[in-house]
Ligand binder design. Structure first.
Ligand code: NAD
Length: 390
């Protein structure tokens, strides 16, 4: 159980790029990173508008001289200080992630980056190599993966409670962009512009979340080939899709499907993962994150509740308040940031034993997301044909 005691003796000196006062996601990064005292926010380049970013940083209590106009200045100036930052989080639009990650690693910083980590397999490979060379980690904020019942599902599957896995159904299908809301909303506008998001909208923006949840639950399954069909129901978004279906075949003979959509009218989030085995199934839905459905063939449905003693220790380890109380996305993110801090500290100490079975969404997770999107786009652009996963 997490009870407020700092898991590290120190706090990592931390900065942010993006996530400014007008951003959607900056606040949850700060809330999560600062929750357990593992990070202290001492610098940033928070905004594409340098003046707005400076004022915002100062409003957070950061010294004026450490609120920088851009990320290059942030990394250069902080590297010159004895008390410079040790880690940085990147919460900017997608097209900037790769370049900022590269610059951060080159400056000797640990990185937490928003998804999608990058757009191509080559970029992903370059980040893997640079992070190894620099002995620095990249954590990726697949925030939903911090919900405790995701690790419960992982353990139950590893324990064989489902038997051989046959089917994985994934979806992230909300309705918030059923109309062209980007005309009035700057946070949506860049999401449907290829200059900012590369070759995809909902595949990169939404689908990578349930894809990673399923990967976490069933890490042994590898995608062998896939087929993707994508549509732009709001026509002005073409060639970017606002809806897509993906079928997958895995190396053990299992099959999977993933529906991602921003035009699922009436749906709030609609992010679900259902894992079907030969004996039983598990289902998790992000709108009810404190419950996990366990359905054994021929028996009544069981609803496993977060925080209960019948759960596996791996799920209880991240419990922040006993069962019955609701935990939410902010707690899930805090669990991830706590893990990022522990991984950074262990990496700095070269503690390979600790890192050997320590789970967190890492550079491999980010790499898989970018690679998967690239394969989906290749399939869709070839007329929704099956392509070997590469
Ligand atoms: P947003 O448009 O609301 O905010 C972007 C922020 O980045 C703004 O503060 C902007 O001024 C700043 N910015 C832009 N370019 C910059 C640069 N070069 N240097 C410094 N600051 C810069 O976007 P958002 O919705 O907050 O999304 C940001 C990122 O977070 C995206 O990659 C998105 O995919 C991701 N995101 C992830 C989740 C999740 O669940 N993990 C949820 C929402 C968004």
């Amino acid at each position: 159980m997490i009870n407020g005691i700092k898991p590290l003796e120190r706090s990592l000196r931390w900065g942010m790029v993006g996530g400014g006062g007008t951003s959607q996601i900056g606040y949850i990064h700060r809330s999560a990173a600062l929750r357990d005292g593992t990070f202290s926010l001492v610098a940033g380049a928070f905004d594409i508008d340098a003046q707005r970013g400076r004022l915002f940083g100062q409003s957070l209590g950061i010294a004026a001289e450490r609120c920088y106009p851009d990320y290059a200045t942030l990394f250069r100036e902080e590297a010159a200080r004895v008390d410079g930052i040790e880690a940085v989080s990147i919460a900017t639009p997608n097209n900037t992630h790769f370049a900022i990650c590269q610059a951060a690693l080159a400056a000797g910083l640990h990185v937490v980056c928003e998804k999608p980590l990058c757009f191509t397999v080559e970029e992903a490979q370059a980040l893997v190599e640079l992070s190894q060379k620099q002995h620095k980690i990249i954590g990726v904020t697949y925030g939903y993966a911090g919900h405790q019942l995701i690790l419960q599902a992982r353990q139950m599957i590893a324990d064989g409670l489902l038997g051989e896995i046959r089917i994985i159904n994934m979806q992230f299908a909300h309705g918030f962009h059923a109309a062209a809301v980007e005309l009035d909303n700057p946070s949506t506008r860049w999401r449907v512009d290829p200059r900012f998001v590369g070759p995809s909208y909902v595949l990169g923006d939404l689908a990578t979340h349930p894809l990673f949840l399923a990967e976490t639950m069933v890490p042994q399954l590898k995608v062998k080939r896939l087929m993707c069909s994508r549509q732009s129901f709001v026509k002005t978004r073409a060639p970017l899709e606002d809806n897509a279906y993906v079928l997958m075949e895995y190396d053990n003979g299992a099959v999977g499907s993933l529906w991602c959509s921003a035009v699922n009218s009436g749906s709030m989030h609609g992010q679900k993962v259902r894992i079907v085995g030969e004996k039983a199934s598990l289902e998790w839905w992000d709108e009810q994150p404190n419950q996990l459905r366990f359905e054994v063939q021929g028996e009544p449905v069981r609803i496993l509740e977060r925080g209960m003693s019948y759960l596996d220790p791996i799920a209880l380890a991240d419990d922040r308040i006993g069962g019955g109380h609701s935990e939410g996305l902010f707690e899930a993110w805090s669990n991830l940031y706590r893990r990022f801090a522990l991984a950074m500290d262990a990496t700095d100490r070269r503690d390979r034993d600790f890192l050997a079975d320590f789970w967190y969404p890492d550079v491999a997770a980010g790499t898989m997301g970018g690679r998967w999107v690239e394969n989906c786009v290749r399939s869709a652009d070839a007329g929704a044909s099956w392509v070997e996963f590469r």
